[in-house]
Write a protein that binds this ligand. Structure first.
Ligand code: NAD
Ligand code: MG
Length: 391
């Protein structure tokens, strides 16, 4: 029986993970659940269904509201950022699934690694911010970082049984998002609804906007760098609108190994939970005779500047990826609140990156400070752009 702590239990990845727990009651048991706390009813349902030992909510007020709705056996209730980190660190679990969205996941994810817990990582922003510190801590504690992101799960599977020295490059596939065919001149006027209409994957709002700007792929280049120890110029992005080939590894002899499957996050989540074993999926399977043609082409770097910005931040190193991520989070939230336009997202990130410091990140504290400072700076730029209109 594997005990699972789930950070981000009420999100898209979190709920899909819990579906799998319900499909394999003999295999998995929920140890801890964490979320922001905005949906108290959903959390009360999850507690009834999965009986976690402990629950951590960012919002302390939600802890009180929730406590009143819980029936016995009551889980231990933890609150605030400290509560989330304590859940990841102190509650006994065989795997911690890191599926909060954004930089909020950094401290609890680090806490899980420092406690020596196997990590199933969906929360790519944490690795973008603090990849050097996270991978160093994982090495020190002998912790496995198992990718949940579908592309990285694909690469991880394509690397198994091969010599790392024989890898020529990694081919990360991208759906291209909802604006794949939209002319560049129309991007400035697309709406939030247009951007949220992802062609192949159903996901949380933030990553869906990242997929529309292609920043998601930019973040994934950085994620691949840290997970697989490859330089930026060894990661090629290939647009593949059908989202069937989840990524590929090309070896020095020209052989390319790909991983395929339906566009269902259940597959990479289940693999991270059962690794190195596999289990029969309870979901629909791939039938290649029915999917039609598979196509591949180069992304339009001019139309999607976020790809270039992410590569530049990775190459610069130090604080640059922290700034990239924080600026992106603030800009995406401002776009979702209709305070800025779609193309302002990349503009704001570019402005934030100017003058960001190089040099190694020395500590998580330094990373958190740069993150907070960038958020403040970009908030000010957003205020200036929308004339201080309230959201
Ligand atoms: P989501 O928005 O659906 O869910 C986010 C979860 O995090 C929720 O449980 C929410 O309560 C919690 N949360 C949000 N802000 C918080 C805060 N400040 N403090 C504490 N908790 C907070 O997001 P998602 O789509 O499930 O994505 C989660 C992560 O997985 C992201 O990093 C995303 O990039 C990554 N990812 C998602 C998918 C997908 O298919 N959804 C695929 C690959 C990677
Ligand atoms: Mg992905």
């Amino acid at each position: 029986m594997k005990r699972i702590t789930l950070l981000g239990a009420t999100g898209s990845i979190g709920l899909r993970t819990l579906d799998l727990v319900a499909s394999f009651p003999e295999e998995f048991q929920v140890a801890g659940l964490a979320a922001r706390g905005s949906n108290v009813d959903l959390l009360a349902d999850l507690c009834r269904k999965y009986s976690p030992r402990a629950v951590a909510l960012l919002d302390a007020g939600a802890v009180d509201r929730r406590a009143r709705r819980l029936t016995a056996p009551r889980p231990e209730l933890l609150a605030g950022p400290e509560g989330l980190a304590a859940l990841a660190r102190d509650v006994d679990a065989d795997v911690v699934v890191s599926a909060l969205v954004g930089g909020a996941g950094l401290l609890p994810t680090m806490a899980a690694i420092q406690a020596g817990r196997t990590l199933a990582l969906a929360n790519k922003e944490t690795l973008v911010m603090a990849g050097s510190l996270m991978t160093a801590a994982a090495r020190r504690r002998g912790v496995k970082l198992l990718p949940v992101d579908s592309e990285h799960s694909a690469v991880f599977q394509c690397l198994a049984g091969h010599n790392r020295g024989d890898v020529h490059r990694i081919l990360l596939t991208a759906s291209g998002g909802p604006f794949r065919e939209t002319p560049k001149t129309r991007l400035a006027s697309v709406t939030v609804e247009d951007a949220l209409r992802h062609p192949t994957w159903k996901m949380g709002a933030k990553i869906t906007i990242d997929s529309a700007t292609l920043m998601n792929k930019g973040l994934e280049i950085i994620e691949a760098h840290w997970l697989f120890d490859v330089a930026s110029d060894r990661v090629q992005v290939v647009v593949h609108p059908q989202s069937i080939v989840h990524s590929m590894v090309e070896y020095v002899d020209g052989s390319v190994i790909a991983q395929l499957g339906v566009a269902d996050m259940g597959v990479p989540i289940l693999y991270a939970l059962t690794y190195p074993e596999r289990r029969p999926t309870p979901a629909p399977r791939l039938d290649l005779t029915r999917v039609g043609p598979l196509t591949f082409y180069e992304p339009d770097a001019d139309k999607f500047p976020c790809l270039r910005l992410a590569r530049a931040a990775l190459e610069q190193g130090g604080a640059a990826p922290v700034v990239l991520n924080a600026a992106n989070e603030i800009a995406v939230a401002a776009f979702l609140h209709r305070r800025i336009g779609f193309t302002d997202i990349a503009d704001l990130i570019e402005r934030a990156l100017v003058g960001s410091r190089a040099g190694e990140l020395r500590s998580i504290e330094e990373c958190v400070a740069i993150d907070a400072e960038t958020r403040r700076d970009v908030e000010r730029l957003v205020d200036a752009r929308d004339g201080g209109r309230p959201a």
